[in-house]
Design a protein around this ligand. Structure first.
Ligand SMILES: [Zn+2]
Length: 237
């Protein structure tokens, strides 16, 4: 390569990378496995400690995702542009069991298995189960634009999520907001009906709906208080 071309390439690299990183509100954040801090234009955000614990991420899963998207949203795709974070509880007591439940690609009926991008253990450990922008099946009508956070707990509908989970969710949500400036909303799964006010509800299968109680108003109220000042939009818990 000539010196001139090399110089051009260097200039392009220098110009392109910061252009992506400095849109004024946020900066590119590398995936990290250790706690650290990064700074946005307006505030410092602590990056969460994230443990990758993927479910089966095969071409078969991607095919099922495309089929799900085609059936429910009218087009076949596997990647989302996140606009909302939806918070759940698992209704079961252990992270291992939840991971097993989400692990396989398909449900018994051959359609895409349920899963969320993140799972938070009772001690606040954050597991990442799929790539953050992979379409996962966790919230009817919103999977095309939603990142899901599952919290281990809520057995028999008991509002028992822990303080450690609250802190982990808050740090994770701040991190995701900084990384994906398209995220504007946070709501609990039980708020799925009033969340239609966001204009984000999309569902091609009529009558497809399941009532939800997770993760309970107590947790959502505490989470909203914790995220006060972030500009994220909540619905009244
Ligand atoms: Zn849920």
């Amino acid at each position: 390569m000539s010196k001139g071309r090399l110089l051009l390439l260097l200039i392009c690299l220098l110009l392109c990378v910061p252009a992506f990183a400095s849109d004024g509100k946020t900066m590119a954040v590398k995936t990290q496995n250790t706690a650290s801090a990064f700074t946005t234009a307006s505030r410092t955000v602590t990056a969460p400690v994230i443990t990758d614990r993927p479910v089966r991420l095969t071409e078969y899963r991607r095919q099922l995702i495309r089929e799900y998207a085609l059936q429910h949203y009218g087009e076949a795709f596997t990647e989302i542009i996140p606009q909302v974070i939806i918070v759940h509880w698992t209704g079961s007591p252990g992270a291992d069991g939840v991971h097993n439940y989400f692990y396989n690609e398909a449900m018994g009926d051959g359609t895409l298995n349920v899963c969320s991008q993140f799972l938070v253990g009772r001690d606040g450990t954050v597991f990442r189960l799929t790539p953050e922008t992979m379409l996962d099946r966790h919230a009817i009508g919103y999977n095309w634009c939603a990142i899901g956070i599952e919290n281990v707990g809520g057995v028999n509908g008991r509002e028992d999520l822990t303080q450690e989970q609250l802190q982990a969710n808050a740090v994770l949500i701040r991190y995701l907001q900084a990384k994906y400036p398209t995220i504007r909303y946070v709501w609990g799964h039980y708020q799925q009906t009033e969340a239609k006010q966001s204009g984000l509800f999309r569902e091609h299968v009529s009558g497809y709906f399941h009532g939800k109680v997770d993760p309970g108003p107590k947790f959502m109220k505490a989470l909203q208080e914790n995220l006060n000042g972030t500009g994220l939009l909540f619905f009244e818990p």
